[in-house]
Write a protein that binds this ligand. Sequence first.
Ligand code: NAD
Length: 355
Amino acid sequence: MSKTLLITGGAGFIGSALIRYLLRESDYRIVNVDKLTYAASLESLEDAPQNPRYAFERVDICDASALERVFREHRPDGVIHLAAESHVDRSIDGPADFMQTNIIGTFHLLEASLAYWQQLGADARAAFRFHHVSTDEVYGSLGDTGYFTETTPYAPNSPYSASKASSDLLVRAWHHTYGLPVVTSNCSNNYGPYQFPEKLIPLMILNALEGKPLPVYGTGTNVRDWLFVDDHARALRDVFERGRIGEQYNIGGHNEKRNIDLVRELCTLLDEMLPQSPHRPHDRLITFVEDRRGHDRRYAIDASKIQRELGWKPRETFQTGLRKTVQWYLNNRDWCRAIQARGYRGERLGLARRV
Ligand code: NAD
């Protein structure tokens, strides 16, 4: 019989990509546990709701009794935990939700998982896994050289990364203290279809399509390492199924880009893909805005452990992934309009503080 996975945050950007991938490529049954915050979109799940292997539970991971019921009713063979508040700028403006969901919510999910796991029979207990999905931002900021490895000390700098680092440490403690079989992955910046338009790449695409300014923080020299979301989904399956219990795995795309170079590359691509656009050349729209407070300088992932142990490596190059992403946003303006109509805050970001 096929196994049941409880996936939290499955209506978000990465969670929905993971669910689409698992329904397509595996025989898992999926229980999607999501509170449906502003960042959620059930449309991102495409035809999942019609799939008999899919169930949805609108539940807040901070609600202990609801979680207990979900475990009791669905009896999962494992958990992949993605639910989180995920946007750094929002965490700077209002950290409370980040502390609540990312720390307290993870605590409740660990407690519910532990109570459930402890009453399983020996075989099910041995096979059970709790996979915590985290970020490379827990490691803080790099100088011009070097990479984050799994042994890099934690040094989070934003309220978001501090809350994720806290959740990573809770997961570690529930393994060491109570024996819960956990594995954690720390991934670099994702991009791809269905990403909420407040994040860098979709914000730039959608603003460029409307001839609006493309806000770049500071001088644009901050460096991020980019991974196409479907590559992350494959990595998550590999880590969940074959990662060693108690271990961490860094996941990255070997695509280090300065923000300004990324935005220029995007503008060149839009010039090529939209030959009739009145906004060409799109790089005219680039506008430097006041830097993010505490902006980390550089992130870069050493992903050699997951490659060595699990044989994972990205399939998309940045060029192929970016082209697919732009094409998706061009083909799915309705999805974007529906999100924008709900009053997203992307337009606000930085522009009020233009320099
Ligand atoms: P997202 O913001 O797109 O989606 C988060 C989902 O979690 C939403 O569907 C939301 O409704 C749900 N959620 C939020 N609070 C909840 C709560 N209290 N109870 C239940 N559901 C709740 O995020 P994402 O970009 O898909 O990121 C998913 C995970 O991956 C997060 O844990 C994030 O820290 C991590 N991550 C993201 C990136 C990235 O580049 N986006 C990179 C590395 C790691």
